[in-house]
Design a binder for this molecule. Structure first.
Ligand code: 4NP
Length: 183
């Protein structure tokens, strides 16, 4: 992968450079319901930092802009598809809250609707600069410009989402670690 491809994106570069403490990278993945895309991104990223190193450096969570499923486990279809890849998704659904803009460095939205809602909620310019599209980290899936909502799709939709998220999370990890060295 080409690290420059992502850090050349001014919004990505700005958000990474604003991370206050390079020893702690706090990432919140956001979708609409917090039962399909963002808990999958959360689970994939947790596994990635365990495998690649830095599990104690990364604080990873997910949330939804909508509140319909608060308290629920991820959608059974997403859990089943993730399990086929050896990944157990056990996140409990929660809604985005105002304190998330203080508690996280990078707030990553899956599609334009999620991003628009996050921009509405952000309390300051600095908070808005934490908001990035997941699409900023697409490599193999750069033909897509968002992570499609699989909720009303069949099985292939869930597989596609997992493929896109596996690609984007690797590029996110590589971009942040390359641009935020521990000195
Ligand atoms: P997600 O998918 O945003 O990827 O979690 C959805 C889950 C639930 C609904 C919409 C999208 N819903 O309308 O309940």
């Amino acid at each position: 992968m080409n690290i420059l491809q992502y850090s050349d994106n001014p919004a990505v570069a700005q958000a990474i450079s604003a991370i206050a403490d390079p020893r702690q990278i706090r990432v919140l993945f956001v979708c609409l319901g917090n039962i399909c895309r963002s808990p999958a991104a959360d689970g994939i990223m947790h596994r990635l930092v365990e495998e690649r190193g830095g599990a104690d450096r990364w604080f990873i969570d997910s949330a939804g802009t909508g509140g319909w499923h608060v308290g629920d486990l991820p959608d059974p279809r997403m859990r089943a598809h993730a399990l086929r890849r050896g990944l157990t998704l056990d996140h409990i659904c929660r809604q985005v809250r105002p304190s998330d803009f203080d508690d996280f460095d990078l707030i990553i939205g899956m599609d334009s609707g999620n991003l628009a809602r996050l921009h509405e909620m952000a309390p300051s310019i600095e908070a808005e600069q934490k908001i990035l599209p997941m699409a900023a980290f697409f490599g193999d899936y750069s033909a897509f410009d968002h992570v499609p909502d699989p909720y009303y799709d069949g099985a292939q939709g869930f597989e596609t989402v997992l493929d896109i998220l596996e690609d984007a999370t690797v590029n996110l990890y590589d971009t942040v670690t390359a641009n935020l060295p521990l000195t």
